[in-house]
Design a protein around this ligand. Structure first.
Ligand SMILES: NC(=O)C1=CN([C@@H]2O[C@H](COP(=O)(O)OP(=O)(O)OC[C@H]3O[C@@H](n4cnc5c(N)ncnc54)[C@H](O)[C@@H]3O)[C@@H](O)[C@H]2O)[C@H](O)CC1
Ligand SMILES: [K+]
Length: 540
């Protein structure tokens, strides 16, 4: 499933209206109808329509217009609705104003929220409202209205993709009051207060039960904390063609079994050749582990085998080898240099490169630790490995400290970096918080700039390709937040590369399989907190 940024959504909107000639009011009609259907689905679970009363919060723009159409359809279904406007009715803009005239003609109950400052300043407005038999709600009344009004739930049609920055003034008041009410909220298009482009949330931001994303999934709904604020996301067709306008590339694609096949050409069934042999499925070389972090290497190597490569060799400091011999009998071990205490050395890079000549892919980093000469070691592999390279964990630390991306020769063969947000922060020189606030943008720019495939881990892992394409994973489980989980992912990705997938395919399918195995492993535990990384391998 494709997702779009707010700017792209505006372009698609404009293309549909001006180039195709589908009237904006028709799109708004479909949007409001779709939202109403989702409201009925949510509200109908334990109550009849006649027993329901929804409060619809209406902003001044087209998002508010969607809310007005929605309320009209709800009313037509026999559901009670009350409208609460964020602005005076005559301040609604464009099509929203046209929709207002319709609900006014239908005499739907209508309130206007006026914060106290405005109320004093505009008695005329208040009198006019009173004359209309429609109420004005001040700040004092707001909480009471929402908590004691007997509402079934709230429709948030305050701000959509046209919003900029933190919700201001009356919008902020309404969002806070809606959240405090404890009522279920259905958000029109996006939760008001969400940054539609990156998943960051402003203070305040609507905490929705359901979000009805119109026409396309929005980028901000794919990433946390926005994904949490959105609740269940339903994408609804509103008459905008599913095919993007000529020349437009989606902000990204959600990884599903369908998109792995359609967008990335991956055979998700993973058929094996009837006449295949172990040579058919490639040979992974792993450089990892040290005393006492040998387990990281074991996990990565075993995961590589379980992910289907024909053979796997684990290169490790010689002194560690006797301690892990036989732990995974299917695995080949190769001693590669040693400081004498089970640590890596700069010179070990020569041995790793010699081994790589007869293998298909190199994965480096898990459990490697820090060691004298690490800069030279990593540079030798970076510049010397003429095979696809997966860089993870401690190897990412070396890369960051050495400023290797700027100082070292650009690689010809494919390169996949698999940082978690903390490692990404070190690679980019910004804080972890800044990374998390714009995971999509930071990952995309980094991959483009450095010509690598970037896997930014964490809930909803982002895979950014060197050509600017972005994919977001949908599988996974919070139980996977456990030591060694990343080592398993590195093994899986290396294994897929060895089997002939390209860098972007291997990264995308790798995170998908890893998450799926994690889900399965979690489901096998009485409590998913008990999940450990080895369980993910077993579930592959
Ligand atoms: N998907 C589609 O093609 C369709 C989408 N529709 C809906 O339209 C909105 C986008 O509408 P737009 O009018 O561009 O903007 P908004 O309604 O989101 O709000 C803009 C409005 O709000 C004010 N504003 C902006 N930022 C703030 C802020 N931080 N605090 C307070 N107020 C703010 C600003 O003055 C603007 O006037 C989309 O999400 C869909 O819901 C169409 O209905 C159908 C086609
Ligand atoms: K909204």
């Amino acid at each position: 499933m494709k997702f779009l940024s707010s700017e792209q959504m505006r372009d698609v909107d404009q293309f549909t209206i001006t180039k195709l000639g589908i009237p904006a009011m028709a799109l708004m009609e479909n949007a409001g109808r779709a939202i109403a259907e989702e409201v009925l689905r949510l509200g109908g679970v334990d109550r009849s329509k006649l027993a329901q009363h929804w409060l619809v919060l209406v902003g001044k723009g087209n998002n508010g217009g969607d809310g007005l159409v929605c309320s009209r359809h709800l009313a037509d279904e026999g559901v009670s609705v009350t409208l609460l406007y964020a602005v005076p009715r005559d301040k609604l803009s464009g099509d929203a104003l046209a929709q207002h005239r319709i609900v006014e003609a239908l005499d739907l109950p209508l309130l206007e929220y006026v914060d106290d400052v405005n109320l004093e300043q505009s008695d005329v407005q208040r009198d006019a409202a009173a004359a209309d038999k429609s109420g004005v709600v001040g700040r004092e009344d707001l909480a009471r209205l929402l908590t004691c009004g007997g509402y079934t739930g709230i429709v948030d049609a305050l701000l959509g993709t046209g919003a900029k920055g933190t919700p201001r003034g009356v919008y902020a008041d309404l969002i806070r009051a809606a959240n405090r009410s404890g009522l279920p909220i259905v958000a029109a298009d996006i939760p008001s207060g969400l940054d539609a482009d990156n998943g960051a949330i402003h203070d305040p931001c609507i905490e929705a039960r359901v979000t009805v994303s119109l026409a396309f999934m929005k980028a901000g709904l794919t990433q946390y904390p926005g994904a949490k604020a959105a609740g269940e996301v339903v994408v609804r067709y509103i008459g905008i063609p599913r095919a993007l306008p000529p020349g437009m590339q989606a902000a990204g694609v959600l990884l599903t079994e369908e998109s792995l096949g359609d967008e990335l050409g991956i055979d998700v069934a993973r058929r094996r050749e009837a006449d295949g042999h172990k040579g058919t499925y490639g040979h992974v070389l792993l450089a990892a582990g040290s005393m006492p972090m040998s387990g990281a290497g074991l996990l990565a190597a075993k995961a590589a085998l379980r992910a289907g490569c024909g053979l796997a060799t684990w290169a490790l400091p010689a002194a560690v080898l006797p301690h892990v011999l036989g732990a995974v009998p299917e695995l080949m071990l190769a001693p590669a240099g040693d400081s004498g205490a089970g640590a890596w050395t700069e010179a070990a890079a020569d041995e790793v490169l010699r081994l790589l000549a007869a293998r298909d892919v190199l994965a480096v980093g898990p459990g490697m630790g820090r060691f004298p000469g690490e800069d030279g070691f990593m540079r030798a592999l970076w510049e010397g490995a003429d095979r696809p390279l997966v860089v993870d964990a401690d190897a990412l630390g070396i890369l960051a400290r050495a400023d290797g991306l700027a100082r070292w020769q650009r690689r010809d063969a494919a390169t996949i970096l698999t940082p978690h947000p903390g490692e990404m922060a070190r690679l980019t020189g910004v804080s972890t918080g800044e990374v998390q606030r714009d995971r999509l943008g930071i990952a995309r720019r980094f991959a483009l700039q450095h010509g690598v495939t970037l896997v930014l881990k964490g809930a909803r892992t982002v895979v950014a390709a060197p050509d600017g394409r972005v994919f977001v994973n949908t599988t996974g489980h919070p139980g996977m937040a456990t030591g060694g989980s990343g080592d398993v992912l590195t093994g899986i990705i290396a294994s897929l590369l060895a089997q002939g997938l390209d860098d972007v395919q291997a990264a995308a399918f790798g995170v998908y399989l890893h998450g799926q195995a994690g889900e399965r492993a979690a489901s096998l535990r009485h409590n998913p907190a008990a999940l450990i990384a080895g369980d993910i391998i077993d579930a592959l």
